[in-house]
Write a protein that binds this ligand. Structure first.
Ligand code: GRF
Length: 200
């Protein structure tokens, strides 16, 4: 049984979607701990409501390396094998990345490499694309640059606002993130350069 560690900074709906899929037994893993860098993250309450261990490690004012070492130590103390970033609003240092090689996943609300970074849904609307979507990828030292595990395409409709588009994308995020977690848990992904191959 693999142990997942979830890192989040806010609402935690992606965490919750993964948690429901794990609790329903459709992914052979457990969430060992949820860690937030923000005390006020709603995701911490959502975790506690599900009976999942939830910790706050405040990052404010801390040196990146020192913070990441603290984070690694916490995750390792819970026996975490796979790390899922679920709205974690920090860039991880190489110290962190090296501690969990090819076992850190992130979800981004755009079709990477388009619209990396913050406010991806607004970036897509402002650009005027007709389709956008979401991407689950392995995390490397860049911002939203790691090898892609899965993507889903979402149309941009004429009347869309950032809110309506974000909601349409979020539904797909919840679906593809759990799918990607399953592939990693079942050790079915092989990374060849930038390409991620799925084995059966
Ligand atoms: C999602 O849109 C995700 O793609 C992005 O941050 C948001 C987190 O939402 N990385 P939630 O906290 O999972 O509800």
């Amino acid at each position: 049984m693999k142990n997942l560690g979830i890192l989040l900074s806010g609402r935690g709906s992606n965490f919750e979607a993964i948690a429901h899929n794990l609790l329903s037994g459709s992914i052979p893993a457990r969430i060992a701990v949820v860690v937030s860098n923000r005390q006020d993250a709603a995701g911490l309450d959502r975790a506690r409501a599900l009976g999942i261990e939830a910790r706050c490690l405040p990052s404010k004012g801390k040196d990146r390396e020192a913070y990441d070492r603290e984070l690694v130590a916490t995750l390792q103390s819970f026996g975490v094998d796979i790390v899922c970033l679920a709205g974690f609003m920090r860039v991880l240092s190489s110290t962190f990345i090296r501690a969990f090689p090819t076992r850190i996943l992130n979800i981004h609300p755009a079709l990477l490499p388009a619209f990396p970074g913050l406010e991806a849904q607004k970036q897509a609307l402002d650009y005027g694309v007709k389709f956008t979507g979401c991407t689950v990828h392995l995390v490397d030292e860049g911002v939203d640059t790691g090898p892609i595990i899965g993507q889903a395409v979402v149309p941009v409709l004429d009347g869309d606002t950032v809110e309506s588009l974000s909601a349409r994308i979020l539904k797909e995020e919840h679906r593809i993130y759990s799918e990607a977690v399953r592939l990693v848990v079942e050790e079915r992904i092989r990374v060849e350069g930038r390409r991620v191959r799925v084995t059966s």
